[in-house]
Design a protein around this ligand. Structure first.
Ligand SMILES: [Zn+2]
Length: 371
């Protein structure tokens, strides 16, 4: 799609303004013919992005457009059901998912997408509460949910379920399943600076991490080959299909100025739910990389990006420095640095599965190969 930004005009801008007005972020929308992406629109888009955990740039690209399209739906506006040919997406689906999660029904996370997992959770709810078990969220089901909502105070069962899965799978790495995602690929080089590009750097990092994980008995997959590219949705689907325990996505960042630098990590977190294990793994990865490389710690942050939202296992994305920064660039160009990052990530994965009482200090742990 064409990016919509300050100065854009036309019917797509009118649609965006109408949704923002409907959300109360913009004064009443104008006639379609005169729609202009003005300063007020940009501010409203920034506000929307901020509250949705999207990148805040005031520009309507693919992710923001999808979030805006879904935002026009309130729970009860339409009948919700699983249609594999054209899956329903929207805030109403997320509201239903959050209610099911609050009630202890496993519909994954509030990914805004009515798929098979949500349908199963809804059927289980309907069966337990004596409703017709059809997997369709119509008036009767909505009434039942409304009555229950007042009585249930949240315990975030999905966050708990993730933690229990990690704890019960034990500390041993052999048998664990990890999908490694080298962000970008094929035509899409990601951030480019002179002869260095993100796609090649993260491919190299990914294969180094793959080698380390395999050496200690972890089953691994890469989301792409050395030359090809896939969308974030396809990468998430792939990780779901192979039934991974974790997904680690690797990127490097870039900025218009050469000043920003450091390593940052991201995990799934929305206003309604958070991946507790993703949060923990992001934090461990940050600490291990910073302790081992001396990179600036740009901390870990919750985001609702598709890759983090659509994966059903804990997922983290790590932006290992800025290619636009001379400090980070000289590190990224060095194979020894890349080895150190891969080692830090391996240790972060191991620490995730260690019980708290045996947790060693950051930056010093080693895993003997063949353990
Ligand atoms: Zn990237």
């Amino acid at each position: 799609m064409q990016l919509l930004r300050r100065g854009s005009t036309g019917s797509a801008v009118a649609d965006v303004r109408a949704v923002l007005a409907g959300l109360g972020l913009l004064a009443n929308s104008d006639s379609r013919a005169e729609a202009v992406f003005d300063e007020a629109t940009e501010l409203a888009v920034r506000h929307f992005q901020q509250t949705r955990g999207l990148s805040v740039d005031g520009i309507v690209g693919v992710e923001t457009y999808a979030a805006l399209s879904g935002a026009r739906w309130r729970l009860g506006d339409r009948v919700l059901l699983h249609n594999p040919a054209s899956r329903l997406v929207g805030d109403d689906v997320a509201a239903l998912q959050l209610q099911l999660l609050e009630l202890g029904y496993n519909c994954g996370r509030d990914d805004h997408l009515f798929g098979a997992v949500t349908e199963t959770a809804l059927r289980n709810f309907q069966r337990d509460f004596g409703l017709r078990v059809d997997g369709v969220c119509g008036p009767a089901t909505l009434r039942a949910l409304k009555q229950l909502a007042r009585r249930v105070v949240g315990g975030r069962p999905q966050g708990l379920r993730e933690m229990v899965a990690v704890a019960s799978s034990g500390p041993n790495l052999p048998g664990k399943r990890v999908v490694i995602d080298p962000g970008h690929g094929g035509e899409d080089l990601g951030v480019v600076h002179a002869e260095l590009n993100e796609s090649a750097i993260v491919w190299d990092l990914a294969t180094r991490l793959e080698g380390r994980l395999q050496a200690v008995g972890v089953t691994t997959w890469l989301t792409r080959g050395p030359q090809n590219s896939r969308t974030d949705e396809q990468r998430a689907d792939f990780a779901n299909e192979v039934g991974a325990d974790l997904l680690v996505s690797l990127h490097v960042d870039g900025a218009p100025s050469d000043r920003p630098h450091g390593v940052a990590s991201y995990y799934y977190g929305s206003a309604g739910s958070i991946s507790w294990v993703g949060d923990r793994l992001a934090d461990l990865a940050q600490r291990e990389i910073v302790a081992r490389t001396g990179m600036l710690n740009a901390r870990s942050h919750p985001k609702t990006w598709s890759l983090l939202r659509l994966t059903r296992m804990p997922a983290v994305r790590i932006d290992v420095g800025y290619l636009s920064s001379p400090i980070d660039r000289s590190m990224l160009a060095d194979p020894i640095f890349r080895d150190t990052v891969a080692e830090g990530l391996l240790i972060a994965v191991q620490r995730l599965y260690l019980p708290a009482e045996s947790d060693p200090p950051t930056g010093v742990m080693r895993i003997p190969i063949g353990a």
